[in-house]
Design a binder for this molecule. Structure first.
Ligand SMILES: Cc1cc2nc3c(=O)[nH]c(=O)nc-3n(C[C@H](O)[C@H](O)[C@H](O)COP(=O)(O)O)c2cc1C
Length: 339
């Protein structure tokens, strides 16, 4: 890692981030992504206030400090619970608390969590004010550009104005609206059309706010372009599906960080991590390898890597050595392809 660059760009760490994604951005994926991209800001999966207050807190919140800068995304709407969970998150060592106002699933709506909160801006303001009062780290909000038939600049502006009045200075805007009924969460990430212009309009109305744009951004080139308008870019699916290709390109072009690290270096960095996780927490190696299966995306030999990691970690007694074996299988396939 080029430490000079990391220091130089530390303040800019927020300019590019990996989106919170349930089941995907758990601590193991985040550790992996951090090996590729030291300057990118990471987000947890959404954790509900109920899970933190009544569940196995350590299981939901624990992380490796090498993941920082890291934000905890909360799902909830009761101001006192949000405040209490923000404090717990701060004490765990998170660098930011983010409130989810963008997830449209039926399940979370029933708990007054996620995108339905865009229709309750006063409640969100109250929650955000309580969170800000309780912690010293930044409190941010992730939202959509609209919900259902509330699909106008005015609707989004009212939401932003009210939450801004509560003291929120950073909004991450997924630039498509959500249909709260009738579409699955997956469809809600593709069917409603993307509308960066509406988020750009918000930035021009509120230049003092930090507006981070999210939705369908797939390359360093697009990221650079969005940074002309917005203060930050958040990338979700592409960062998971093509982690090395995308993140190392972002490190190079945006953070001027020539890590020189290869895919093999990243794979090898995961071996001691998997060993440590197994020893300390009894983590099965498959919980880690499932996130590194896309490391060799779009390169010759990738199929062997994927195949090895789809089978070996599931065998009885599998441990971190399966990563070494998958590397050997990949190397053999690559040499065969080159011959
Ligand atoms: C598998 C998956 C899980 C997601 N879980 C969350 C979540 O927990 N909280 C959240 O705010 N958004 C969640 N999202 C939405 C992403 O954060 C992001 O807003 C969305 O994927 C659009 O960005 P993209 O086009 O770069 O993927 C999820 C997306 C995916 C694909």
């Amino acid at each position: 890692m080029n430490t000079a660059n990391v220091t130089e760009t530390a303040q800019k760490a927020k300019t590019v981030s990996i989106a919170p994604m349930m089941d995907w951005t758990d601590r193991h994926f985040r550790f992996f992504a951090r090996q590729i991209a030291p300057n990118i800001r990471l987000y947890s999966e959404m954790v509900t206030t109920g899970a933190i207050l009544h569940g196995d807190r350590d299981r939901f919140l624990r992380f490796d400090e090498r993941e920082n800068p890291l934000a905890l995304q909360l799902g909830g709407s009761t101001p006192a619970d949000l405040a209490q969970c923000s404090k717990i998150g701060e004490d765990f060592g998170y660098d930011e608390i983010n409130l989810n106002c963008g997830c449209p699933s039926d399940r979370v709506q029933r708990g007054m969590i996620g995108a339905c909160l865009m229709g309750e801006p006063d409640l969100v303001s109250e929650g955000v004010a309580a969170m800000i009062e309780t912690v010293k780290i930044p409190v941010t909000v992730k939202c959509r550009i609209g919900i259902d038939d509330h699909d106008s600049e005015e609707f989004l502006d009212t939401f932003i104005r009210k939450v801004k009045a509560a003291g929120c200075r950073t909004f991450i805007i997924h630039a498509r609206k959500a249909w709260l009924q009738g579409l699955s969460p997956k469809e809600n990430r593709t069917k409603p059309p993307i509308n960066y212009a509406r988020a750009g309009w918000i930035k021009s109305r509120h230049p003092e706010l930090e507006i981070v744009i999210n939705g369908d951004i797939k390359s360093a080139e697009e990221t650079v372009k969005h940074l002309e308008t917005f203060d930050g870019v958040m990338i979700g699916r592409e960062a998971y599906q093509n982690p090395f290709g995308l993140l190392s390109e972002i490190e190079r072009t945006i953070f001027k960080n020539e890590t020189g690290l290869t895919r093999e270096d990243i794979a090898r960095a995961m071996i001691p991590y998997a060993k440590q996780q197994a020893e300390e927490f009894g983590t099965p190696v498959k919980s880690i390898t499932r996130h590194i299966i896309n490391l060799y995306q779009n390169v010759p030999g990738a199929r062997m890597w994927r195949q090895a990691l789809s089978t070996l970690p599931h065998k009885p007694g599998a441990n971190e050595t399966v990563i070494e074996k998958a590397l050997a299988a990949y190397e053999q396939a690559k040499q065969k392809a080159a011959a």
